[in-house]
Design a binder for this molecule. Structure first.
Ligand SMILES: [Fe+2]
Ligand SMILES: [Fe+2]
Length: 271
């Protein structure tokens, strides 16, 4: 299997990104990141995609001993976040999953996370994991009801799950390497594509969700689907604020209606 995984990079002190990407057709390339937060109790945020299986674990275990990994925060059960959950959990005997209860139920469509290896949380909870503290929130946009984002107090970093994701022409580790306009246009597009329900969102309620992020005051946003964004939170919030009033986005169709109709006309049904 062809892996898209690139070399891990240091996103913040003690925080490595495990970066990959997924082609999204006409939209461009979607960054897909997991993050390892080092500390007295190392925390993995998400577990990459199945297409990176093998390479993902190799990169992860080059950064932390499997016996030392203590927590796996699963932002939601989508395949680009839970792709190697089983493999990581089996290799790391002392790791416990932290996820929303709905994520655990939904993972049950494929396999049951052993009950003694998981703790379920809801937005509003603050977790003290060794020398790091994380506050759980529901991020503004999401495509799974189980989605949680976590704010890490020491680095003032928001691990924002699908929120503040973007699509790019070329992969970049840091948002400073990307043309500002492309970065923000891609963010608006991805948010509409990933969460089409935002077209139905009441602007004042949407603003309240954004105000919750503003209230936390993250200096860095670490999206599952974007490069490291430091000192840009205000711009990010302004960009996604316009999403409910922007044109909804749908992918192109490639069904050739006329060709199908022609075929029926030229090939009469058999008796
Ligand atoms: Fe998702
Ligand atoms: Fe995602």
């Amino acid at each position: 299997m062809l892996s898209n995984l690139r070399s891990p990079y240091l996103a913040l002190p003690g925080v490595h990104a495990l970066p990959s990407h997924l082609p999204l057709g006409e939209l461009g390339l979607l960054p897909v990141n997991a993050y390892l937060v080092q500390g007295s109790e190392p925390v993995l945020v998400d577990t990459g995609m199945a297409i990176d299986r093998g390479a993902f674990e190799e990169a992860l275990w080059s950064l932390v001993d499997p016996r030392d990994l203590r927590w796996i925060v699963l932002t939601h059960d989508d395949r680009d976040h839970a792709g190697n959950l089983k493999e990581v959990l089996m290799a790391a005997p002392n790791a416990t999953v932290i996820a929303n209860g709905l994520a655990v139920s939904r993972l049950g469509e494929e396999w049951d996370v052993p009950a003694h290896r998981v703790r379920t949380v809801n937005p509003g909870r603050t977790l003290h994991l060794g020398d790091r503290s994380f506050t759980v929130i529901r991020p503004p946009s999401y495509d799974s009801p189980s989605t949680i984002a976590v704010y890490e107090h020491g680095n003032r970093a928001l691990f924002s799950a699908d929120s503040f994701g973007t699509v790019l022409e070329d992969m970049a580790d840091n948002a400073n390497e990307v043309n500002e306009q492309d970065y923000l246009t891609g963010m608006s597009l991805f948010t509409r594509a990933n969460a089409p329900w935002t077209a139905l969102a009441d602007q004042s309620k949407w603003d309240s969700a954004l105000a919750e992020v503003r209230g936390l005051g993250p200096s860095t946003v670490l999206s599952s689907h974007g490069p490291t964004a430091t000192g840009r939170t205000q711009h990010l919030l302004e960009t996604v604020r316009g999403v409910p009033s922007a044109d909804p986005w749908l992918p192109e169709e490639d069904i050739e209606v006329e060709a199908v109709l022609d075929r029926y006309e030229t090939q009469p049904l058999p008796d």
